[in-house]
Design a binder for this molecule. Structure first.
Ligand code: 26M
Length: 802
């Protein structure tokens, strides 16, 4: 048994603490307190217990003088923290009892907290899971990112179409952060470069200040807490009094305006915004601040810069912080008198890069003229880096090409290791985007398959299943997830399966209540909950799911007395505001839902539900309630996926393609517990080379042809034949993601699912085996892999109790 390190207060003492904060921090008495006041008082009372472990971890980190991990990420998709902190402190019951004793509903109080949505999707959520695991494992680490004033936009549906409004999480005080006004660094942009007395000098055109905000990240059982340091942009001088006195009011507030834009808003896109100047400034802003910060810390502890790689491991979460290579070289050369070669070697020994996508349109490139204007000194340094790369590897791969700076190539050349995020993806990284660089630097590319934190994604979000697991295999599994394999011995035990199903049913009932209360939507908890939640992207093929839904509707209408398995098709996800096709898909799902849900003939068998504004908190509600997990991307396009792991862990079998981590999930759960369909990555490539592959596939599928005709006819768009003409024609003319080619196989796999689900005992067993066999996908395992293979970083926890 692991012993909690934190001594818990009594319920009475904790209630008193909440009341004290209510009075002294919120200035309210209980009679006049709102839900917000109670939530803030609870959060502050919990926070009081985080500070000691945080200090202790920081002290141990300094004493150890070992390797520290710096995780640089444009995105941290955190979600809510009240329950997370309560759980990690081991105070969950105390917090709930105290709040209840004070006459409040714990669930409502917890749900009052806005999500910290500083990320778009998988990449940002992965960073948050990694922070959790770094703390749980006691690896000294700092997360570095941007303190966006506005997180990911809020999604609304108007007549079925997506509308975006600004997210405003900081309009309320964010209790988990501590402002560090004394920690600031200047960040320079523009200007010109000159050589003075044989030394290269950058005369910047404009400067903003990066100002630190720290959030403690508490690990499991409070045994360790690292720091997430987010940077906010501030003006160097609040106000230019000289201009103001001259009467130039606009010029007087110019420095302020630039500074405030930099950390104003998260870019909501992973494709169409590539190449925007403000984005480049954001990237340099947080990367430079983070490197200045870690160098200052290293030097203040008396380190010699030549030893930097022994003390510092910097992980680049995608190419967004790839400017770290040239920036570290710049700091070493211009401020610490390193020679070029030595600066490059030292920087590379500190840096590693994670690739998250092969989609060509998502690979970052900057027009050279823009780049040279915003970062003239770095432009020259990248020329030096490219020259050094040519000298070792030859000139096959360039960093500058077609008038652009290619950030993937830059990150690769400046990293000692490059990793993909699933076995398949890492192989494709070697074979496709980086094949030449792989040949030039053999062994540099490695794999680290993604993972998820079981504390948030099972223990906290799925209390019924948690209880069953605790009763069955004990309580040591949340930080030792391989122990879930102990459940395997129970899958023939009908009492265990009854309880497993009861847990699922409880989660489904909870989701049903939530949908009713929030959106006024009624769903039948006895139906299969078939869930696809993720960003809306053509390659993720929500469209194929919708087409299959319409085809099923047609089949049911043709045979209304058939033995159909009732289903609720749940969709969740946002489209980038500028991504036209993705928005058409959303509109079509909502249009089809309106028509199909109103059909009295099919109503008892089929329903489509698409709750608006999908986010981390909604995922925590949907995943435990899911019967079926949709992971249906075109093979070779989803780098890993992490939602796929969350569903399997919570006992939802997958219908999916051989893509990303699906491959490894299937290997773990067994082929008989996974509904596989579709072309493989190699077959996808081959099929694309065939002429007219889409038209051929449509012609061969009467079902698909009918569905496409229905959509085109205006059946779902109130007779409007124009609304989906692009979407339908797109499938005929350039179905790049092979929706048409995989459609029939997907339809057939869904009918296998119907049959399997109808045999409820067998289905429950399959679900339980999914939970029992995916312990490997804990982000603790992933982080242990990074620590060993990339960072050479050690845990500072005393040997954990067995
Ligand atoms: C780029 C330029 C400008 C603005 C935004 C971007 C950008 C933002 C996010 C580019 C990519 C972004 O994320 C990509 C992403 O989330 N990738 C996902 O990463 C997960 C974690 O590794 C994987 O599980 C998913 O398969 C992969 O799609």
């Amino acid at each position: 048994m692991t012993t909690p390190r934190i001594s818990a207060p009594s319920v009475e003492a904790f209630s008193a603490a909440i009341l004290r904060h209510l009075k002294l921090s919120l200035g309210k008495d209980p009679e006049h307190a709102s839900l917000y006041d109670w939530r803030m008082s609870l959060a502050l009372s919990l926070r009081d217990h985080v500070v000691e472990p945080w200090f202790e971890s920081t002290r141990k980190t300094y004493e150890a003088r070992g390797k520290r991990v710096y995780y640089l990420s444009m995105e941290f998709l955190i979600g809510r923290l009240v329950e997370d902190v309560a759980v990690n402190l081991g105070f969950e019951d105390i917090a709930e009892e105290a709040i209840t004793a004070l006459g409040q509903n714990y669930g409502d109080v917890v749900a009052n907290e806005p999500d910290a949505a500083l990320g778009n999707g998988g990449l940002g959520r992965l960073a948050a899971c990694f922070m959790d695991s770094l703390s749980t494992l006691g690896i000294p680490a700092y997360g570095y990112g941007i303190r966006y004033e506005h997180g990911l936009f809020e999604q609304h549906f108007e007549e079925g179409a997506q509308i975006e409004t600004a997210e405003t999480w900081l309009s309320q005080a964010h209790v988990w952060e501590f402002e560090r006004p004394e920690v600031t660094y200047p960040i320079h942009f523009g200007g010109h470069v000159a050589v003075e007395d044989g030394k290269t000098v950058w005369h910047a055109g404009e400067t903003v200040m990066a100002s630190a905000y720290d959030t403690p990240v508490l690990g499991w059982q409070g045994r360790w807490a690292n720091t997430l340091r987010l940077w906010a942009a501030k003006p160097t001088t609040n106000f230019d009094l000289e201009s103001f006195n001259r009467g130039d009011y606009i010029a007087a507030s110019a420095p302020e305006a630039l500074a405030r834009t930099i950390s104003r808003v998260l870019y909501p896109d992973d494709t169409t915004d590539v190449g925007k100047e403000l984005r480049l400034k954001q990237e340099y802003f947080f990367t430079s601040a983070s490197l200045q910060d870690l160098l200052r810390r290293f030097l203040s502890e008396g380190g010699a810069l030549k030893d930097l790689p022994d003390h510092v491991a910097i992980q680049l979460n995608d190419t967004h912080p790839a400017i770290a290579g040239p920036e570290l070289v710049r700091l070493l050369m211009d401020e610490h008198q390193f020679e070029v070669a030595q600066a490059i070697t030292t920087a590379r020994a500190c840096l590693a890069y994670t690739n998250h996508t092969l989609l060509p349109e998502a690979l970052e490139r900057w027009p050279e003229d823009l780049f040279a204007r915003v970062l003239p000194r770095h432009y020259r340094i990248i020329q030096l880096i490219e020259a050094a790369h040519f000298a070792t590897a030859g000139e096959t791969v360039r960093i500058f090409e077609h008038g652009e700076v290619k950030m993937g190539e830059l990150a690769f050349v400046m990293a000692h290791h490059v990793n993909g995020v699933s076995a398949l993806h890492s192989e494709l990284v070697k074979e496709t985007v980086f094949s030449d660089l792989n040949a030039a630097y053999p062994g540099r590319i490695i794999n680290q398959t993604n993972g998820i934190t079981p504390r948030r994604w099972l223990y906290t979000c799925n209390r019924p299943l948690r209880g069953l697991i605790n009763d069955t295999i004990g309580t040591a599994w949340p930080d030792n997830l391989d122990q879930l394999s102990g459940l395997t011995a129970h899958v023939e035990d009908s009492a265990f399966l009854d309880r497993f199903q009861a847990a699922k049913d409880a989660n489904k009932a909870r989701l049903a209540d939530w949908l009713k209360a929030r959106d006024g939507v009624s769903v039948d908890p006895a139906a299969m909950f078939d869930v696809q939640i993720k960003r809306i992207h053509e390659y993720k093929r929500q469209l194929m799911n919708l087409l299959e839904t319409v085809a099923l509707w047609n089949d049911i209408r043709a045979n209304p007395n058939g033995a159909w398995t009732p289903r609720v098709k749940l969709f969740g996800g946002k489209a980038a505001p500028g991504y036209v096709v993705a928005k058409e898909i959303i509109h079509l799902i909502n249009d089809a839902a309106r028509v199909i849900n109103a059909d009295p003939v099919t109503r008892e068998f089929l329903q489509i539900v698409y709750p608006e504004n999908y986010n981390v908190s909604m995922a925590e509600m949907l995943i435990p309630a899911a019967d079926l997990s949709e992971q249906i991307s075109t093979a070779g396009k989803e780098a890993s996926g992490t939602g796929n792991m969350k569903f399997a862990l919570n006992g939802a079998p997958t219908i999916g393609t051989l893509d990303g981590a699906n491959v490894e999930i299937r290997d773990c759960v067994g082929a008989e517990n996974f509904f596989l369909f579709g072309l493989t990555a190699a077959e996808v490539t081959a099929r694309r080379a065939e002429p007219d592959y889409a038209r051929t596939a449509i012609a061969a599928s009467p079902r698909l042809s009918e569905v496409l005709d229905q959509i085109r006819s205006g059946l779902f768009s109130g007779g409007d034949r124009d609304r989906y003409v692009n979407l339908v024609n797109g499938l005929y003319d350039h179905d790049y993601f092979l929706v048409t080619c995989d459609f029939d196989a997907y339809f057939a796999a869904q009918r296998q699912v119907d049959t399997a689900f109808a045999d409820s005992r067998t289905w429950t067993r399959m679900a339980a085996l999914n939970t029992a066999r995916v312990g490997w996908f804990s982000s603790d395992r992933t982080i242990s892999g990074y620590a060993k293979d990339i960072w050479q970083a050690q845990s500072l926890l005393e040997q954990r109790d067995a």
